[in-house]
Design a protein around this ligand. Structure first.
Ligand code: ADP
Length: 186
């Protein structure tokens, strides 16, 4: 299985680009954020454990994330052919998570590393609206939906992610610069 990582600070466009790359190159888009939000919605034990950390803009504990991702990757490789490809969006985010990939014998074929200035990120996330069921995102000014407040495809309501409020965005950026950006060298 080919593995590509897409990395970068929150709000840089990982999810948006990953969705396009996935469609164009027929790669599965595996987003830890989307997977976690789905657990939170379904109120699974994992979702309940992750909810508060996510709302605060902090990282979910490594052991929880590592178990979730290794399971998802195993399932993906058992359901798809050996030459299938996956794009990991949001994993690894710490040194230990990267180590877990290595220990599991999972080779990374390529890394796409995106970056943008903090002020731009704060502006983008402050106006971001999401359609929870599909993960589609909009921006009140830069990329508005056809009808204010509703998803173009399903007509369902759009919401602001609780962690897209300015204080939480600053916390997420700080966590990124401290814990995830150093992985670029690793
Ligand atoms: P963004 O990249 O925009 O911050 P994500 O949707 O990727 O957002 O992640 C949302 C939240 O989910 C993070 O703030 C964190 O709490 C949690 N999370 C996602 N991926 C990981 C990970 N690999 N390790 C720990 N926590 C994670």
């Amino acid at each position: 299985m080919m593995i590509v990582l897409i990395m970068g600070p929150p709000g840089v466009g990982k999810g948006t680009q990953a969705q396009k790359i996935g469609e164009n190159f027929n790669m599965a888009h595996l987003s830890t954020g989307d997977l976690l939000r789905d657990h939170v919605r379904r109120e699974t034990p994992l979702g309940l454990a992750a909810k508060e950390k996510m709302a605060a803009g902090a990282l979910v504990p490594d052991d929880v994330i590592i178990e979730m991702m290794l399971q998802v990757l195993e399932q993906h490789s058992s359901e798809n052919s050996a030459n299938s490809a996956a794009l990991l969006d949001g994993f690894p985010r710490t040194r230990d998570q990267a180590g877990a990939l290595v220990n599991a014998g999972i080779n990374v074929n390529a890394v796409i590393d995106l970056d943008a200035a903090d002020e731009l990120i704060i502006e983008r996330l402050g106006g971001r609206l999401v359609h929870p069921a599909s993960g589609r995102t909009y921006h009140t000014i830069f990329s508005p939906p056809k009808t204010a407040g509703v998803d173009d495809v399903s007509g369902e309501p759009l919401v602001q992610r609780p962690d897209d409020r300015p204080d939480t965005v600053r916390a997420r950026l700080a966590v990124y610069r401290e814990q995830t950006a150093p992985l670029e060298d690793y």
